[in-house]
Design a protein around this ligand. Structure first.
Ligand code: ZN
Length: 447
């Protein structure tokens, strides 16, 4: 790859950094005609240990905060002997980097190529700085050709935010530079991107792939009827990649029916980039182990949890020079398992349960909102827009009717009975006809 711009060259051959050995590693995989996806575990883990030690040396040499944390934890050199020893490295908390542009920056300012910000639901964003090499070389080194079957004949519609956050530009780079695809940068409801115009563009250019959020995929489908565009005829997608919000398998199945194509989840964040993606078996998300090492911890004791136990997802980036994330507390909940997936991919499987702050505490148990959504979506008379509200121990579902003969009262009774039968949850139900659609991240849980 060689990219020329007016002032500089970003070339895989000419750029050098602490990540140099990994260009050789991935080149070797290319030469062998394989990707990291199906390597024997030992080979994946050997690579990961080397990449983590390179990252530790980089942050030790280039960042005061990281170094002081390692020294305080008893490190005399930036090195671990095995992946098990990752637990001796201090965790990186969101509160430490929130609002601070420098704290974990590991390059000079002039080397920054792109800054991304989180949406800052708390009000204060987290800033992530990428060098050009991060974006155009290292991010693209590991290939996942089993997980992504796209090629230059495909046209991708990206309906994700391009402003500030990573998703829009992240998918843009992936589709263009990794697969040579044409990209329609729809964005998500910005003033240049009204929904009808986005659908029109997908129709005109025969988009085959759509990357968006679950709620926006539902919104586009709903609006297509209003815009007179027929899904399955005017727009024929092969695949939808969902990211940003997470949702239940039943919500996904509804989208698959609606759009008439496979729908897969992609899990990532503005801080850490791509973390995991579903294969066509839909048994969970394969961790993108060329890019990240994922661990699960107990969010209270901070102890690492064994495979299968649900806790907070911790991410360490393996191929970053600008701002590596080392044992970053994502605030997301899930568990990991060794892969025994029929697809043959050996990369670990991640099961995502949602954001920590959105867990619903009902009757002494913590429920993932995805799980409750799953049971709600089992009722075909319920639409795809809803709210879960928990107020002083009272759980209320606000739902919309969907192509049903039932009266609002009958539908409310049906939902109450279904939730009680299926998961033993007593809830209040209000049928609404006006749940607001959103261009941003859909907020469905109110605690
Ligand atoms: Zn699989």
């Amino acid at each position: 790859m060689k990219l020329q711009s007016h002032k500089m060259t970003v070339s895989i051959d000419e750029h050098s950094s602490h990540l140099e050995p990994f260009k050789v590693f991935f080149k070797q995989l290319d030469d062998e005609g394989v990707t990291i996806e199906k390597l024997p575990r030992q080979r994946i883990e050997d690579y990961q240990l080397k990449a983590i030690n390179s990252t530790l040396a980089h942050i030790w040499n280039r960042n005061e905060y990281y170094r002081s944390q390692l020294v305080a934890a008893g490190f005399t050199e930036p090195k671990i002997e095995s992946l098990e020893h990752l637990t001796s490295i201090p965790l990186l908390k969101k509160a430490v980097i929130r609002g601070d542009k420098q704290k974990i920056l590991c390059v000079d300012h002039k080397e920054i190529g792109q800054v991304h910000l989180t949406s800052g639901t708390s009000g204060v964003p987290t800033y992530t700085s990428y060098t050009l090499a991060d974006q155009y070389i290292y991010d693209l080194l590991p290939k996942y050709l089993e997980l992504f079957k796209e090629s230059e004949v495909d046209v991708a519609a990206i309906a994700l935010p391009y402003e500030f956050a990573l998703p829009g530009l992240g998918f843009q780079r992936l589709f263009q530079f990794a697969f040579g695809m044409a990209v329609l940068s729809l964005g998500k409801g910005g003033y240049m991107a009204p929904v009808d115009k986005s659908l029109e563009l997908m129709k005109e250019y025969q988009a085959t792939v759509l990357a968006t959020t679950p709620s926006y995929a539902a919104l586009l489908a709903e609006e297509s009827e209003r815009a007179g565009i027929k899904i399955g005829e005017d727009i024929r997608l092969k695949k939808i990649l969902l990211t940003g919000e997470g949702c239940s398998a039943t919500f996904r199945e509804r989208l698959e029916k609606w759009w008439g194509c496979e729908v897969s989840f992609f899990y990532g964040s503005t801080e850490c980039g791509g973390v995991a993606v579903e294969c066509s078996e839909h048994n969970g998300y394969h961790v993108m182990e060329g890019h990240v090492k994922v661990e699960i911890i107990d969010p209270v004791t901070e102890e690492r949890l064994p495979n299968g136990r649900t806790g907070e997802i911790i991410v360490t980036t393996l191929l970053r020079e600008g701002m590596p994330m080392v044992r970053y507390r994502s605030g997301d909940i899930g568990n990991i398992q060794k892969s025994n997936c029929a697809c043959g991919i050996t990369m670990d499987l991640l099961h995502l349960r949602g954001r920590m702050e959105n867990m619903l505490h009902l009757g002494g148990e913590d429920y993932s909102p995805f799980m409750i959504e799953h049971f709600l979506m089992e009722i075909p008379d319920v639409g795809m827009w809803y709210h879960f509200k928990l107020n002083q121990g009272v759980f209320k579902i606000e739902a919309e009717p969907f192509r049903t003969e039932l009266s609002d009262e009958q539908l409310a009774a049906k939902i109450r009975k279904h939730m009680s039968d299926r998961i033993g949850i007593d809830c209040e139900v209000e049928i609404r006809h006006d749940i607001p659609r959103t261009f941003g991240k859909a907020t469905r849980v109110f605690i």
